[in-house]
Design a protein around this ligand. Structure first.
Ligand code: NDP
Length: 288
């Protein structure tokens, strides 16, 4: 007897430019396969001038949703029907989903970080004192989520003062957290009493694996949780130095997988097989 035929898949994917090296397809397709879901994740090059047309295409082609990466995360806001409050604060959306013909925007980057912090490091952000290196997209997403989750104080350490101060002002005027800026023109010492330290810069990203953030590593104490956003390689020099000082560490691969797992659940309605996704990326990056 013939089984019922269905040649149509549910579609999701990513819009970016350049996008060819974005590895998200590897973890999402591994997750679909593991749960036997008839979904496809497509890596789609969309030039900046074509974003509006491409967004209309999400509805026209019945996509379940789409990820946004460079350079579309900010520009996309004006084409969406509903934007989540945290994404509105960050001014950036990395995940769209379609509900009743409307386009909803979310940002899962910072949420993925919080999920790692809570589930892997067992740290609850409430009342914590945090130091974040960097003030770019990753730092914005992470600090907004930390502040909304009740972090008490956040110090933003950044070379470019304007960018750092803008993030501090955003946090101070929209959340109950107190934030302050610290300049980064010489080796930075981590203040005593810091609970969580995050490298949210691009320092250490493959292939620049021998660079590490300019901080006094001896000011990292055993009680601190030290996190890196760099997914590849997950074991950065920054984290190695922190481990040597007895700190608990969290790598950026976990954050990457968790933000993808949140997107997976939004699109499919199912819990993501996080370990399957992480292993797929480990294999892709050639990590043992
Ligand atoms: P941006 O370009 O928006 O910001 C980069 C930040 O890094 C800026 O604050 C910049 O400082 C700082 N920076 C870069 N080089 C140096 C340096 N040599 N010394 C001091 N500061 C430096 O990038 P994103 O925030 O979007 O991304 C940052 C990293 O986060 C990337 O490596 C990306 O792979 C990673 N990421 C990881 C995710 C995950 O899920 N694991 C999710 C999103 C991003 P300045 O302002 O002074 O130039």
């Amino acid at each position: 007897m013939m089984s019922e035929r269905n040649y149509k898949s549910e579609l999701v994917g990513v819009f970016g430019c350049p996008v060819a090296e974005n590895p998200t397809i590897v973890m999402q397709e591994a997750a679909f396969k593991a749960l036997n879901l008839n979904f496809r994740y497509l890596t789609i090059e969309v030039r900046p001038q074509d974003l509006e047309t491409a967004i209309k295409g999400i509805l026209a082609c019945n996509f379940k949703g789409i990820n946004l990466t460079i350079p579309h995360k900010v520009e996309v806001l004006k084409y969406l029907d509903v934007i989540a409050d945290d994404a509105k604060l960050m001014g950036a959306v990395n995940t769209i989903y379609v509900k009743n013909g409307s386009l909803y925007g979310e940002n899962t980057d910072g949420k993925g970080f919080l999920m790692s912090l809570r589930n892997e490091a067992n740290v609850e952000p409430k009342h914590k004192k945090v130091v974040v290196l960097g003030a770019g997209g990753a730092a914005r997403a992470i600090t907004v989520e930390l502040a909304l989750a009740g972090a008490e104080h956040i110090t933003i350490v950044n070379r470019d003062e304007k960018r750092g101060q803008e993030l501090v002002a955003l946090l101070n005027s929209n959340t109950d957290c107190t934030a302050k800026y610290a300049s980064w023109h010489e080796t930075f010492s981590i203040p005593e009493g810091t609970d969580v330290l995050v490298n949210a810069t691009s320092i250490g990203l493959y292939p620049n694996v021998s660079s590490k953030a300019d901080i006094d590593y001896d000011t990292i104490k055993p009680g601190m949780t030290v996190c890196d956003v760099i997914p590849n390689p997950p074991s950065t020099l920054f984290l190695e130095e922190a481990k040597k000082r007895g700190a608990k560490t969290l790598d950026g691969l976990g954050m990457l997988v968790n933000q993808g797992a949140i997107g997976f659940k939004i699109w499919t309605g199912m819990e993501a097989p996080v370990e399957v996704m992480k292993n797929a990326l480990r294999q892709e990056f050639g990590i043992k």
